[in-house]
Write a protein that binds this ligand. Structure first.
Ligand SMILES: C[S@@+](CC[C@H](N)C(=O)[O-])C[C@H]1O[C@@H](n2cnc3c(N)ncnc32)[C@H](O)[C@@H]1O
Length: 241
């Protein structure tokens, strides 16, 4: 049993190296599921041969990286959350007339941040917004920069507002600045408990006082108060001090 565990750990290490991914951040069950899928997809017999394949095939490597990180996003994904933003959260954040700094943490292909830009444009508040998207994967940042989504035209004004950066929020922490809206939807669910805690602490430290953190539709904080947050709407929390 011990040698099986050692073998699995060695395979994880060589996969992490070959994939250039912080596999230890993710839930172990998520990693083994994704490794099994990648073995089937790439025709690799086991994790060791998958690691060797990823080291020599950049296309398979990108497929592996994007699938482990679940690099999925969509315009107006979970529309009720954008209705909540447009009707409740953004009017509150904008009422003092100040600039709105908003950060999409784990932005995948950028669709979440572009959707926010479209909503702000509709509300006549785009000019006073600063919009940043960060993601673990350079490949996702490249897709976000390109910003092409079937059935959706992104206006030049929205494109001009958005900025992108590669960042591992768990290891590198948040970007500089105080953010009045942080959207971190469908990122924490794939992380193990220690990485998830570090992620939440980074998000909270980036929030301005009274700033809002919006999580995904299936995510909620059981320990909001210990992070200095209070719930203000479904899956939305405000920084208290
Ligand atoms: C399922 S997507 C979520 C996209 C978008 N937020 C949404 O809900 O539509 C999860 C994203 O989180 C990113 N991610 C995972 N761990 C991360 C980390 N430590 N730092 C930054 N981004 C991370 C992944 O690369 C992936 O693009």
């Amino acid at each position: 049993m011990r040698s099986e565990r050692a073998l699995a750990a060695a395979a994880d290490l060589s996969l992490a190296r070959a994939g250039g991914l912080p596999l230890a951040h993710f839930r172990p069950e998520h990693v083994s599921d994704q490794v099994a899928r990648a073995c089937a997809r790439e025709g690799a017999g086991d994790a060791g041969s998958l690691a060797r394949m990823l080291a020599r095939d950049p296309v398979a490597r990108t497929r592996f990286r994007r699938s482990v990180a679940i690099s999925y996003g969509a315009m107006f994904r979970d529309p009720e959350q954008f209705r909540l933003l447009e009707q409740v959260l953004l009017p509150r954040l904008l009422e003092d007339g100040r600039r709105l700094a908003a950060w999409s943490a784990g932005c995948a292909d950028g669709s979440e941040l572009y959707t926010l830009g479209i909503v702000l444009e509709r509300m006549g508040a785009l000019e006073r917004a600063l919009l940043l998207g960060s993601d673990l994967l350079e490949e996702n940042i490249a897709a976000a920069r390109a910003g092409r989504y079937e059935g959706h035209d992104i206006s030049p004004e929205v494109r001009e507002r958005v900025r992108w950066e590669r960042r591992d929020i768990v290891d590198d922490g948040p970007p500089a600045g105080r953010w009045r809206l942080v959207m971190c939807r469908n990122v924490a669910i794939y992380l193990g408990p220690a990485a998830r805690r570090r992620l939440y602490e980074a998000l909270v430290s980036a929030l301005a006082t009274r700033g809002v953190l919006l999580l995904g539709r299936s995510e909620r904080l059981l320990d909001a108060a210990s992070l200095g947050l209070r719930p203000v709407a479904p899956h939305a929390y405000e920084r208290v001090h």
